[in-house]
Design a protein around this ligand. Sequence first.
Ligand code: NDP
Length: 279
Amino acid sequence: MDRYAVIGHPIGHSKSPAIHSAFAAATGQILSYEAIEAPLGAGQFAATVERFRSQGGRGVNVTLPFKPDACAYATHLAESARCAGAANALKFEGDRCLAENFDGSGLVRDLSHNLGLRLAGRTVLLLGAGGASRGAILPLLRARPAQLWVLNRSAAKAEALVREFLALGADAAVLHGGGFDELAQSVRFDLVLNATSASLSAETLPLPARTFKPDGLAYDMVYGKGLTPFLRQAQQAGVRQLADGVGMLVEQAAEAFAWWRGVRPTTTDVIRRLSLPLI
Ligand code: NDP
């Protein structure tokens, strides 16, 4: 039987085995999918992957903190992984190891297919300048927003991140980086994406109510936390459409499944099963 796995540390919380098992059952694919906790420390991720490959592993998903290690381990990087400097899916083909990063495309697919948002011509605010934000920028730009602002607690980090994408040819009239303080003067945004990890520790971001458009969408990439402080802020600012990152999680998994198996599973039932009410 073809073997797949998700590798991270810690890994006990991972929903990937349940998601991929549901995809396999729904598409009639015969495979096994397990969760593997790699030890922390230099070379440990590569050693864990090598062991899995030698036991017949065909591919892995990669989660925190190993996404940059996955990029370094691979022999062939897709543009998504190269731009993000991180990979969340690997495929083994003989001696070759192919790397992809489906977080950003999973996000955009969730926004467009599941939440019905047309990104073209919209104003988009992306909060945070870590791995999730980095992976989201290229797929968001490809959806042709009118504006994409990347703002971060440490402004210099967002500015440096944006400079990288401008150097790759992004349009300076669309893409802008800076600090949260710019929100005092800024326009309202059609889409506000929280790609900071503040919700993991229930911290509130310094967002003026005028950041949000009531008929816009507020999206927290974190999942399984219910109504996060960020989503509550948006709700109090009058935003009617709120979403967490469960759809992004399931859509990136579906992208990886299709890449490995050549068949794309439907996601609606799995997203419904994993969703918590945002109350
Ligand atoms: P990183 O650690 O790479 O980056 C964290 C970011 O959050 C940095 O920009 C950091 O700012 C900012 N930050 C952290 N705490 C605060 C705070 N209290 N106030 C303001 N900013 C803060 O994390 P990731 O980018 O990997 O993950 C970010 C979020 O995205 C997490 O919640 C994660 O769960 C989620 N995620 C969801 C996925 C999904 O499939 N749904 C996939 C990947 C991630 P600074 O630079 O100033 O430190």
